[in-house]
Design a protein around this ligand. Structure first.
Ligand code: NAD
Ligand code: MG
Length: 328
């Protein structure tokens, strides 16, 4: 494994150069503000009249429409939703300087060939392993969110230096920057969010909730048990892995974990995980998701509504309103 830290980075390659941030959502706002506070010359590219425009102006940033914002830029960061990057790149390609560097925070558009950049451009990845709010907060507190770096196209031999300078500017180099490839970042990121972090975890929670409620237990008690308390366990895992969790839970909980966990996540679940990974690797997931977007996302909206209308949401909303220290 190759890991870079702040001492390995020479930020002079970006000094007095323009860095353009396209998009001002979760990642865009954090990157733009951190880079500005690190002393870089930041321009934000947004559609005129969009909600993000006034927010970026209020934050003290220079904001232009994308085609204008990319002119003269040394680095152009694509921090819009993955599904709009193809059309966005095509609409600004003619305005991008020769030899500029395109930077992505997730490899989807490049890896699945939605964006096929000109051969004179560097194409790099700096993927923070955390949401934008944390990228900003950690930076302000003097820390950073660890990042992955990858190079897809190195037109001038400077791609890695520029990517690392950018990662230092957003604070990531303080925590360490691990070298990867666009393929590895894209495939592991999609697998993680589908099988474990978002898809796997929420399905486990809802199935546990339904099992308890169908057996006649109170929904409020079930909610505390399978949703509310999960954070306490995840915090222990995040801070100190399996060892710290086992240290803080009771022996009864640890024994139950070890004998019952593998019955729930069993060979069938592992086979399903493998199938999910295969469909990510062979492009089936990407093809279907792109088609869903092209059709106006009917299935996305229907599934999202079903999720948000589940009884666990009603119970949870009520219980959380009594815990005024929680941010909704
Ligand atoms: P987001 O949805 O929070 O924000 C998107 C921004 O893009 C908004 O400001 C929106 O106004 C703007 N936008 C939309 N269409 C546009 C267009 N045509 N032209 C210009 N601006 C446009 O997005 P996000 O979650 O920050 O994701 C950005 C990138 O970062 C994606 O590639 C994503 O995969 C990656 N990423 C996100 C996270 C995360 O935690 N959210 C973590 C790692 C990587
Ligand atoms: Mg991710």
């Amino acid at each position: 494994m190759q890991m870079y830290s702040e001492a390995d980075v020479d930020i002079s390659c970006l000094q007095d150069k323009q860095v353009t941030i396209l998009g001002y959502g979760s990642q865009g706002r954090a990157h733009a503000l951190n880079l500005k506070d690190s002393g870089f010359n930041v321009v934000v590219g947004l559609r005129k009249g969009g909600a993000s425009w006034s927010k970026a102006v209020a934050d003290g940033l220079t904001v232009k429409e994308p085609a204008e914002a990319v002119r003269g830029a040394t680095i152009i960061a694509f921090l819009t939703p993955d599904m709009v990057q193809k059309a966005l790149y095509e609409s600004i390609d003619s305005e991008i300087d020769n030899g500029a560097t395109l930077l992505f925070a997730h490899g989807f558009a490049v890896h699945f060939k939605q964006v096929a950049p000109r051969s004179d451009l560097n194409v790099v990845l700096i993927a923070p392993k955390g949401p934008g709010s944390l990228v900003r907060r950690q930076y302000e507190e003097g820390h950073g969110v660890p990042c992955l770096v990858a190079i897809h196209q190195d037109a001038d031999g400077e791609a890695l230096n520029l990517a690392l300078a950018y990662s230092a500017g957003i604070g990531g180099a303080r925590a360490g920057v691990i070298e990867t490839t666009f393929a590895e970042e894209t495939e592991t990121d999609l697998f993680g969010e589908q099988a474990v972090l978002c898809g796997g975890a929420t399905e486990l929670i809802v199935a546990g909730f339904e099992t308890l409620v169908e057996a006649g237990y109170q929904p409020e008690v079930a909610y505390y048990e399978v949703m509310h308390e999960l954070k306490l366990i995840v915090d222990l895992l995040h801070e100190g892995g399996l060892r710290k969790m086992h240290k803080f839970i009771s022996d009864t909980a640890a024994w139950g974990d070890m004998v019952s966990g593998p019955r729930v996540v069993d060979a069938g679940s592992r086979a399903a995980m493998k199938a999910v990974l295969t469909e990510i690797q062979d492009g089936t997931f990407a093809k279907n998701w792109i088609a869903e977007n092209e059709h106006g996302m009917p299935e996305f909206k229907a599934k999202m509504n079903a999720d948000l209308e589940h009884p666990i949401e009603t119970v949870g909303k009520d219980l959380r309103s009594r815990m005024d220290w929680l941010q909704s």
